[in-house]
Design a protein around this ligand. Sequence first.
Ligand code: SDX
Length: 430
Amino acid sequence: MTNQHEDGTLEVIDRRTGRHYELSIHEGAVRAADLRQIKVSEEDFGLLSYDPAYLNTASCRSTITYIDGDKGILRYRGYPIEELAERASFLDVAYLLLNGELPDKAQAEDWTHQVTTHTFVHENVKRFIGGFHHDAHPMGILVSTVAALSTFYPDAKSISDAGHRRDQVVRLIAKMPTLAAFAYRHATGMPYAYPDDDLSYTGNFLNMMWKTTELKYRPDPVLEHALDVLFLLHADHEQNCSTSAMRSVGSAHADPYSATAAAAAALYGPLHGGANEQVLRMLEEIRSVDNVPGYVERVKRGELRLMGFGHRVYKNFDPRARIIKKVAEEVFEVTGRNPLLDIALELEKVALGDEYFITHKLYPNVDFYSGIIYQAMGFPVEMFPVLFAIGRTPGWLAQWEEMLEDPEQKIARPRQLYVGQELRHLPTTA
Ligand code: SDX
């Protein structure tokens, strides 16, 4: 049986001219540029491939993350997500995504030291966070403050210098939790809690979020571990919308803070990373298990989307959703069971047994259960996409660096099919 990735050729006959063409098939793809030779005349520009929303277009070759949507497979640098969730920390996974290998003991200690000693932000950051309204959405604050960091590090523009790039990679991974926590504290009117270098990456984030009058914040180890797993489950997901934004902005050689702000802005969308917030609002709107059948009927009538369901790639199940369901039980041991879980479980049961969802291949995605855990941990729903952004930052940066180091990549500039007005002239003035 021929392997789908076996190299070969595609023979094309253009019936408009009767000409034959041979396009080479390599790594399961034909090069769109090879279509340009197919013309009806010398002045013909040549064939384009038309693919709105890039449903069937590979924008790059990547070695970072592998997804098989039919088999529900997700691997970071070849390691199954299930094994990494079980045995690796978020910082280990960030190192893996960025460097291609898991860190050994010495590398892990050095990497943790680098990140831990870059968690502070310039005091001026507090002043412009202070300029936001008290009810400003924390994602709006995060997108703005990440972009603003570019003004503090002019060497970030030296994107061709690997050393300068890595300096910014460490700063961004280190400072995202600080910016996130500061955004939350601003909204609550609480004084900022500064980083505590004695704590783990995730423990320190919880410290900056929840510390009040105690001299030393002590994170609950179960919640610290659960959130660390949630961060690593979100760390990368190949060419999703926000990563594509990161690559596209980065391809213009913008600095990584500006590119990360663009990626975070894309993630903010309710169809993408903003879905976890919408799932919670949906569960609260459903309010009771008894209302689930009626809500599902409204979804089937096309009145609304079942947030947290569906995926462009996963068509049987999202492996991350399965792991998150297990993490939920760990968290509820500490926080008490979130009653919304019962509604979510009923929604999943009803939906997975319903023809509409089966034929549309709609299954719970990463966002369906994560919000229930975040809420049980005490995070307000507005913070859910911010938590997604913290987790996704290493993936954005690994993809950004891979793009810059790929000799085939250049500034992203798609073509279009122009279907507008033909040439016309302004009316001559009477
Ligand atoms: C993330 O790309 C990634 O990898 C993203 C992500 C990552 O880690 O980066 O995995 C994170 O963004 C997860 C997805 C979070 N979004 C949601 O949960 C929002 C709800 N889901 C959708 O809107 C939708 O499923 C998408 C956006 C996730 C995927 O959309 P597609 O692949 O473009 O599918 P589509 O919008 O073309 O829908 C196909 C059909 C349509 O029906 P028809 O018009 O063909 O009859 O399925 C229907 C849609 O109406 N459909 C849904 C649905 N999702 C799709 N119907 C009801 N509820 C839904 N959730």
